[in-house]
Design a protein around this ligand. Structure first.
Ligand code: FE
Length: 209
């Protein structure tokens, strides 16, 4: 049995403070290059200093998602996809114990707002890695295909962003879309394997007293 770390969920006053940060200034943009080769034990950080850009959470975020690395359920329709990568700091160090909280539409483009279907959080391992088993999200009007995700290093501000698929026709017309947030995706025997590394600005702790 595993438990969420003591810092998660953060105290409300910390959350409010984190949300008040000028995240657009603190978090600039970056994407890791496409990776069809096996991942090195410690991920590379090729564009040093550039953080993953933030994006809107949209209207469908729900706090306190279940802790789970697979969102698959029996009978769930949709193309299987494994999304994997690392959470790194802007100085290219892996961040163990970082929260990675995904939520997404189902195969028909619908969110579960009553329960927690296709919602789940996990924490990165000792090498800063995460791995999610899920389905390719369906399309809904006005948006290209995307995952929503919140990423948070221990006791640090929350990065809210979205991940996109390459070669998706809707990428050209979706004004929220950003090319820095496109995953490296390859087909694997009827399923897909997607890779994305999140890069976070890690703030120094405030002096106390
Ligand atoms: Fe959405």
């Amino acid at each position: 049995m595993t438990h969420d770390p003591a810092w998660w969920p953060p105290r409300r006053d910390f959350l409010v403070a984190a949300l008040a940060l000028p995240t657009a200034v603190v978090l600039a943009g970056r994407r890791v290059a496409a990776q069809s080769r096996p991942r090195a034990p410690t991920p590379s950080c090729v564009e040093k200093g550039q953080a993953t850009p933030p994006q809107t959470a949209g209207p469908f975020f729900k706090p306190r998602s279940p802790r789970r690395a697979s969102l698959l359920e029996p009978g769930m329709a949709g193309t299987r996809v494994v999304v994997a990568g690392a959470v790194l700091s802007t100085d290219c160090r892996p961040i163990p114990g970082a929260l990675v909280d995904f939520w997404q539409a189902d195969d028909r483009g619908e969110y579960d707002n009553a329960g927690f279907r296709l919602r789940g959080h996990q924490f990165t391992d000792e090498l800063g890695r995460y791995r999610l088993e899920t389905i390719v999200p369906g399309l809904y009007p006005g948006r290209t295909r995307h995952f929503h995700v919140r990423v948070q290093a221990p006791n640090q501000p929350v990065l809210t962003t979205q991940l996109y698929f390459p070669d998706e026709p809707g990428n050209r017309s979706d004004w929220i879309f950003r090319p820095e947030l496109v995953m490296a995706v390859r087909d694997e025997a009827g399923a897909k394997a997607a890779a994305f590394d999140f890069v976070l600005v890690v703030l120094a702790p405030k002096p106390t007293g």
